[in-house]
Structures are given as structure tokens and as C-alpha cells.
Design a protein around this ligand. Structure first.
Ligand SMILES: Nc1ncnc2c1ncn2[C@@H]1O[C@H](COP(=O)(O)OP(=O)(O)OP(=O)(O)O)[C@@H](O)[C@H]1O
Ligand SMILES: [Mg+2]
Length: 267
């Protein structure tokens, strides 16, 4: 078991990650529309949706990498919208993006040290904690990160998030291109981390993988939240997500606005 327990010296009440009415524009179009999300301490929430639903745009905004056009975003009561990525990290929210790249020219140890956001003994303790969480990295601490396998690099990427001792983890498509055994290992770590009280918002390409781990799911389509409920609801009715992805079965009030014009391509 890891000692990733976080916030132990923090007097702030851990009331959760809360997003209300989030709007995000990209390329002159609104791609996230009035999104509400909650993640309680220790809770795992899967953020699901078809391609282009707006999940990554939501995650990147929560990381401070994209500006929001409207809404609120708080972590344990502290307002985070508009803050820079480092400030959001310091406030307790660490993000692993789908295109996260470790610092390939640096050693594994230096990657962890660089991400630790602390100095001296505290920094060393944090790195030791990350290595306890991923003992697989222990034998490779002196290697340059670019020589690691894809799976090891993803462990390092998650280690870089954990080394900040976050109270909330926000993860976009962590398992992309990885072997099932590695994915299972990463999920096991997320389960351990959530058991220490860390809240996790998880975007995952395979919905069932996310649902088996998550307590709840929030489903987005065309920028809106169209459904939410306990994971069991989607696992028990495998066709529900399919219907939601096709634009059927949206909850009353969450059905969204008319389709965007064609030409909906990433730049
Ligand atoms: N850099 C960008 N510039 C302009 N529009 C973008 C950009 N990135 C994404 N979009 C658009 O924003 C909308 C939401 O995309 P987003 O990547 O957030 O969705 P997603 O749910 O993560 O889907 P997927 O991961 O399958 O691509 C889409 O219409 C997409 O084309
Ligand atoms: Mg995405």
C-alpha cells in the first residue's frame, strides 16, 4: 500500500471538486456547454462520451490549459477557474493528459523530482512515495525516461502526478496504446490511490474499463452532460451508453442544443 495519503496537514475541509456551468470555446465554437461535474474525496468518476464529446476539452480546462468562457470550478471550496496550471496543481488537482510526455532527456528520478513541487526532505519523501507506489520504476531511476517502455513511461507520468500529493487526480485516456496487463496495473494503482481519499476524474477510451473502476459516470455528448448515474446502471444496461452516444435517451433537461455545423475537425 502506498503512503500517498494527502492533505494530512491541511486544515481545509475536503468538500470535493465541483464544476458548475462550464463553457469552453475552441476554434470559435463552443465545445463544452454548461457542464456540471462533482468528484468527492475518494470517489472515482468516469467521464464518458463519444469522440468529440468534449471530454478532453473539459479536462484541459480543469488543468488550466484552456480558458473557460463561463462557469465555476472549485477544489475543496477554492476557486480555480482562470488559474495557471502550476497554481491548480498546488491547489491540489494534478492532471495526466492523454498526450502527456515525460521529460525524455531527464532521468526517471529527475522527472519525479521536477514534478514534486517541493524542496529538501519533503521533495525526497514525495519521490520515495511515488516509487513505493510504482516499484517497477525503482530499478530504472537513473535511466533517461525516453528509454523506458510505453507502459513504464505511463507509470512515470502517473507518478509525476502523484508526487504532487494531489487531493484530486484528473486523467485523460491513460491506457491509450498500452498492453492490457499494464492497463490493469495502472487501474490497480488508481484504486489504491482513491482508497487514500484522493478523488479521481477518469476519461478512458474503453468505457467498461472505466465503469468497472468508477463509482459513478457522467456522460457527455456534443459538449453537454446528457446522463449521469452510478456505474452499475451502465454496466447493467450495456445498450444505454450506445443509445446516449447516438443522441437517444438523454435525460430531460440535458438533451442539449441543436447539432453544430459540419466541419467539426480538430486543428
Ligand atoms: N485544438 C482544437 N481546436 C479546435 N477545436 C478542437 C480542438 N481540439 C478539439 N476540438 C474540437 O472540440 C470538440 C471536443 O473535442 P474533445 O477533444 O474535447 O472531445 P473528446 O470527448 O475528448 O473526444 P476524443 O478524445 O474522441 O477526440 C470537438 O468538436 C473537436 O473537434
Ligand atoms: Mg479526448
Amino acid at each position: 500500500m502506498t503512503s500517498t495519503a494527502v492533505g494530512t496537514n491541511d486544515a481545509t475541509a475536503h468538500t470535493g471538486l465541483s464544476v458548475r456551468g462550464l463553457d469552453v470555446d475552441r476554434g470559435g465554437r463552443r465545445v463544452v456547454r454548461g457542464v456540471d461535474l462533482d468528484v468527492a474525496p475518494g470517489e472515482i468518476v468516469a467521464l464518458l462520451g463519444p469522440n468529440g464529446a468534449g471530454r478532453s476539452s473539459t479536462i484541459e480546462t480543469l488543468a488550466g490549459l484552456l480558458p473557460a468562457s463561463g462557469g465555476t470550478y472549485t477544489c475543496d471550496g477554492a476557486a480555480l477557474l482562470g488559474l495557471r496550471p502550476e497554481a491548480i496543481r498546488r491547489a491540489g488537482v494534478a492532471t495526466v493528459l492523454s498526450n502527456h510526455r515525460v521529460l525524455g532527456g531527464l532521468s526517471v528520478r529527475d522527472n519525479l523530482l521536477a514534478a514534486a513541487g517541493a524542496t529538501g526532505r519533503e521533495r525526497d519523501d514525495r519521490v520515495l512515495d511515488a516509487i513505493r507506489t510504482f516499484p517497477e520504476l525503482d530499478a530504472h531511476l537513473a535511466r533517461t525516461a525516453k528509454t523506458l517502455s510505453g507502459g513504464q513511461q505511463q507509470m512515470l507520468a502517473l507518478g509525476q502526478a502523484l508526487v504532487c500529493r494531489p487531493r484530486y487526480l484528473v486523467i485523460d485516456e491513460m491506457s491509450h496504446g498500452l498492453a492490457p496487463a499494464i492497463v490493469a496495473r495502472l487501474l490497480e494503482v488508481l484504486r489504491q490511490v482513491s482508497a487514500t481519499g484522493v478523488g479521481i476524474l477518469l476519461v478512458e477510451q474503453f468505457a467498461n474499463v472505466a465503469l468497472r473502476l468508477a463509482d459513478r459516470a457522467v456522460v457527455m455528448s456534443r459538449g453537454h452532460v446528457v446522463h449521469h448515474g452510478p456505474s452499475s446502471r451502465y454496466l447493467d444496461d450495456p445498450d444505454l451508453l450506445h443509445r446516449l452516444y447516438l443522441g437517444l435517451d438523454a435525460e430531460p433537461g440535458g438533451a442539449g442544443e441543436p447539432d453544430e455545423p459540419a466541419g467539426d475537425q480538430k486543428s
